[in-house]
Design a protein around this ligand. Structure first.
Ligand code: GLY
Length: 359
């Protein structure tokens, strides 16, 4: 039986767009891009992991739909999400003669999506981007919501722009080729969504963790459902002045773990551990009901993700207070108050140190 494609419509103040989630969508990229706009050319940005697998298929489909197509393939990995690679992409776009009517196609995981999106936001003061995420993490999180960025040597995502995509094409067949650790990295953000807003999703994941060999229609359902959770938040607060900050659940300690590991640990692994840490501390402080953190630990463990870190509390505190999300004399911490509910608390740096000690 064929798997039906699900469409999640995203409404934001700057743009409305569809996120298409289906199986074997890549071969239809050209027709889908054609429907999304009258572009004069398509420029595909991919990386050295993804391009050998999918670039030809996507370019062939774009060319069959009548697009003049060129591409840039950058080195894979977070350490290449920097000014030098960003410059290479922009130079490639200029050499390809892109105009303000051209479109950038970001084919890859979060690193490619962030860099290609930021290049699109910057080139000629902004052209359109279509996100074609190929990892679970980029399907359920980074391809949706318009955050684009590159890293500086002082920190991650320090330069960027909001640019909502014109279309997102999430093809779950791409998940089959991921290394196991890369696949489960996406489950960190999925568990986070469950804790944030959906107890049913959370319980479902605890009892039947998503796997690469899950039925494609189950993969489509879970990805589309997670996109709709993120859509509801982003639609209410596109530029993270308020409720969008709740998507940072698990990220204060998660980012600290990621930075302390020198970005060798996957983002979703770090978010999962950060989520468990803040949950344990919240429970000990009486901000969350007894038993909540054990449930979160069990769900995270069922996905094969870490619930803790061996990085010292001193190092975690130092990294957490470097984070760009620091506000004045403290940080806005997202605290789980149950499965499916959170609250924002502005905590002082002393309170943050205590939370890390208790975690
Ligand atoms: N990944 C969090 C956000 O997009 O706001």
């Amino acid at each position: 039986m064929s798997t039906s494609t699900q469409t999640v419509h995203v409404h934001t103040t700057s743009r409305d767009y569809d996120v298409l989630v289906g199986n074997n969508l890549l071969a239809q990229t050209g027709a889908l891009v054609r429907k999304a706009g009258a572009f004069d050319a398509a420029f595909v940005v991919s990386d050295t992991n993804v391009a050998p697998l999918y670039l030809d298929r996507v370019r062939t489909s774009l060319e069959a739909a009548g697009f003049a197509t060129q591409s840039a393939v950058v080195e894979a990995g977070e350490r290449h999400k920097n000014l030098a690679t960003f410059g290479t992409i922009l130079e490639g776009m200029a050499r390809a003669g892109l105009t303000r009517d051209s479109v950038v196609i970001a084919l890859g995981g979060g690193v490619v999506g962030d860099m290609a999106g930021f290049a699109a936001a910057s080139y000629m003061r902004g052209i359109q981007v279509i996100q074609v995420p190929t990892t679970l993490l980029s399907m359920v999180d980074s391809s949706v919501g318009g955050k684009t960025a590159i890293d500086l040597s002082c920190g991650k995502n320090l330069v960027g722009a909001f640019l909502q995509p014109t279309l997102v094409i999430a093809d779950v067949s791409c998940l089959m080729t991921l290394e196991h650790e890369v696949f489960i990295d996406g489950l960190g953000e999925i568990v986070k969504h469950g804790v944030l807003a959906d107890e049913e999703l959370f319980d479902q994941l605890t009892h039947s963790p998503l796997r690469q060999d899950s039925d494609p229609s189950y993969l489509v359902h879970v990805v589309a459902h997670n996109v709709s959770i993120k859509r509801d938040v982003v639609g209410a607060d596109e530029q993270e002045h308020g409720v969008r900050q709740t998507l940072n659940l698990g990220h204060t300690i998660g980012h600290a773990i990621e930075a302390a590991s020198g970005y060798t640990l996957g983002h979703g692994h770090c978010v999962a551990a950060g989520l468990c840490c803040v949950s344990r501390a919240a429970e000990k402080l009486g901000w969350a009901p007894a038993g909540m953190s054990a449930r979160i630990d069990a769900c995270v463990t069922a996905q094969g993700l870490p619930t803790t870190t061996d990085i010292s509390t001193g190092e975690l505190f130092a990294q957490a207070t470097h984070d760009k999300k620091r506000h004045g004399s403290g940080v806005n911490l997202v605290v789980p108050t149950g499965i499916g509910s959170v609250e924002m608390r502005h905590v002082s740096l002393d309170e943050l140190a205590q939370i890390i000690e208790l975690s």
